[in-house]
Design a protein around this ligand. Structure first.
Ligand SMILES: [Ca+2]
Ligand SMILES: [Ca+2]
Ligand SMILES: [Ca+2]
Length: 130
């Protein structure tokens, strides 16, 4: 249940250059919301979420071949080899953008408990609390 919190930390990590240089700090819910919520409506939409994750993909794809190797994947804070294996659907040992975003999308769905396609403050809070 901590998976989404890790993903949200990842989003903040990518959006705040200062944080990238330091060891990861515990983030407040407010910081997470402010980082991901680009249009400032107080919610994180699926589009905002996946756009952030697409940035993350390009950022860690060091050799720019359009795939994440396990080594590249592990540059993401909180990356878990088991997660990588689950996301790698065709078992070729690397993640395509499609595999990556599908896996991320499932996390979004799990966090969106009222199924309205956006993460509200309360839903983010519930996930981080786990
Ligand atoms: Ca790569
Ligand atoms: Ca694959
Ligand atoms: Ca929701």
């Amino acid at each position: 249940m901590r998976r989404l919190a890790v993903l949200l930390m990842m989003m903040v990590w990518l959006s705040v250059p200062v944080v990238r240089a330091q060891s990861p700090q515990p983030l407040t819910r407010k910081q997470i919301m402010e980082s991901a919520d680009k249009n400032r409506d107080g919610k994180i939409s699926r589009v905002e979420f996946l756009e952030r994750m697409r940035d993350a993909f390009f950022f860690v794809d060091g050799n720019k071949d359009g795939f994440l190797s396990l080594e590249e994947y592990q540059r993401l804070p909180g990356a878990d080899p088991k997660r990588f294996a689950r996301a790698d659907r065709n078992k070729d040992g690397k993640l395509s953008m499609d595999e990556f975003l599908k896996s991320i999308s499932q996390d979004f769905d799990a966090a969106d408990t009222n199924d309205d396609g956006v993460l509200e403050d309360e839903e983010v809070k519930a996930w981080i609390a786990h």
